[in-house]
Design a protein around this ligand. Structure first.
Ligand code: ATP
Length: 232
């Protein structure tokens, strides 16, 4: 327990009322997700079966509890049924992941996110009705492949076939109003934002004039956005 001296349902209930998320499974993925949520100001109840992990996370999350998430009674005691958002970050033990999701679905948790290790695991959670099934390793592998093959500084495929790419501003756009470059017609992409030196990111518009050394955010169909990022 971090901020609250009392352990158990009452504390969890109080957390559930706030902007809060319960994270089940505090391995590398779950703990990094939980810490990121905390740093963004979200209250986090962390749950794990492993006492050492619970001890290690103690003090870093709003509350950390040792419990077996496959047991409905244990989750009810922690008032998990009062949370609007629960993340199941159990990967290796597929049966524990499936059982946990099944219990959460039977509690009618409005939004359940679950990480999976492979397509078979993902298919089962989809069939159960888990709202968001995430494939961290597969997604990261695909993302890094795009970084490795191209000049993109960062890359996110927003949806299949549509991407957001961070890249250096290409020479041919420098010193011209973006509105005069014919960018959309020529490349099928839009420059959404740009960053100059140590300044903050700024939204780009038709009057934006890029300078050498600027970094840009390009959005568009994946192939177009990627080839645009290759321009020098
Ligand atoms: P990562 O790659 O994120 O470290 P992983 O994919 O190897 O994780 P696991 O090690 O299977 O995933 O699970 C992550 C955490 O979930 C572990 O710390 C484990 O103790 C916890 N966990 C597994 N089963 C349960 C359960 N039934 N109840 C609560 N926690 C569980």
């Amino acid at each position: 327990m971090a901020k609250f001296p009392f352990f158990g349902g009452d504390t969890s209930r109080r957390i559930a009322e706030a902007d809060s998320v319960a994270v089940i499974g505090l391995g590398r993925f779950g703990s990094s997700l939980a810490l990121e949520l905390m740093s963004a100001g979200t209250e986090v109840l962390g749950i794990d079966l492993d006492e050492d992990l619970v001890q290690a996370m103690n003090g870093q999350l709003t509350q950390v509890v040792r419990a077996d998430s496959t047991k409905e009674e244990a989750l009810r005691q922690l008032a998990i049924d009062e949370f609007d958002r629960v993340v199941v970050a159990i990967g290796d033990d597929i049966s524990a992941s499936i059982l946990t999701c099944s219990v959460l679905l039977s509690m009618n948790i409005p939004v359940i996110w679950a990480k999976v290790v492979d397509d078979r695991h993902g298919l089962i959670l989809d069939q159960l009705g888990v709202h968001h099934v995430i494939y961290p390793e597969k997604d990261m592998g695909r993302r890094v492949a795009h970084l490795v093959r191209g000049a993109a500084l960062d890359y996110i495929e927003v949806d299949s076939g549509y991407a957001l790419v961070k890249a250096a501003a290409p020479n041919e756009l420098l010193g011209k109003r973006l509105g005069d470059t014919g960018l959309r017609a020529a490349y099928g992409v839009t420059i959404a934002a740009f960053k100059r030196d140590a300044e903050q990111w700024r939204n780009a518009d038709a009057d934006t004039m890029l300078q050498a050394g600027d970094t840009i955010l390009v959005v568009g169909p994946t192939a177009s956005a990627e080839s645009f990022a290759q321009l020098r």
